[in-house]
Design a protein around this ligand. Sequence first.
Ligand SMILES: Cc1ncc(C[n+]2csc(CCOP(=O)(O)OP(=O)(O)O)c2C)c(N)n1
Ligand SMILES: [Mg+2]
Length: 313
Amino acid sequence: MALIREFELRAIRERRNGLIPGFIHACVGQEATAVGACTALRPDDVITSTHRGHGHLIAKGGDPRYMMAELAARGVGYCGGKGGSLHMADFNLGILGANGIVAGGIPMAVGAALAFQMRNEQRIALAFFGDGAVNEGAFHEAANLAGLWKLPVIFFCENNLYGEGTPQHRQAPLRDLAQRAASYGFPGVIIDGNDVMAVYEATTQAAERARAGEGPTFIEGKTYRYRGHYEGDPMVYRSQEELAAWKARDPIRRWRERLLASGDAQASELEIIDKEVQEQLDEAVAFAKASPPPPLEAALAGVYGHDHDGRIF
Ligand SMILES: Cc1ncc(C[n+]2csc(CCOP(=O)(O)OP(=O)(O)O)c2C)c(N)n1
Ligand SMILES: [Mg+2]
């Protein structure tokens, strides 16, 4: 969680410094959903992510060096420097991709789960998505088939109360989005998305259910983003009081306090983690800076199309 938060803060800083072009949607404040959920998965399980995906990728094992290089549009980045924040993927780690299309990752995860079921594999898929995504047709169509076919998939909704600047009560006639699961014949669970252990436990149960052939679970983690929808968002749609109330429930601080109170960690050990995180990020930024942008020829590679002679590339 510390690595995710500091990665985001560093990326924001480096964007201001001019190293990173393009948009960033930071997940500062939402670290517990990413870490609690991915920790409950096995290495060969897969996730799909969103436009606010850096935390999901790091939690599933993504390498901050290749992520920072991708954000900086460098050739060694996860997409060869051509995709940026919204398209990072690492199939070897089961990261099927961030996604610029709201709800776009949901049918992808359901498709992966269908493949696992057809091949009789013990693997599962987890789709991360926001509160806004459950109002998209893609969610409903995918949830319907997943429920019907009892696919090994987890629908993980990070309900941060806003879709861009629109509060949840102006997007949907429901207070708890997990209720939507009932229409598709599987359980909907509501949890405190800022409590990493609650997220871990709920995801572990959902994963056991999926692996046992009992089908999907919808998990709704209530959480909040501290930054704007994107870096540069004037944030006129929410109050300072609301932000302060959620900061008082900060997932990282709460977990530190719990570790210290239980004696599971000493303050000195947590300080070492903080120091290692900074070193890792210094290295990631240096790695990105040392790498050149993709070569000109790369502009036409990895693109679906054909040239004047009909050659596919
Ligand atoms: C299909 C589609 N519609 C609209 C957009 C523009 N858009 C990007 S993010 C976003 C809000 C998404 O809200 P939510 O799902 O709650 O995720 P959050 O940003 O809160 O993490 C919108 C409307 C888009 N990228 N794709
Ligand atoms: Mg949202």
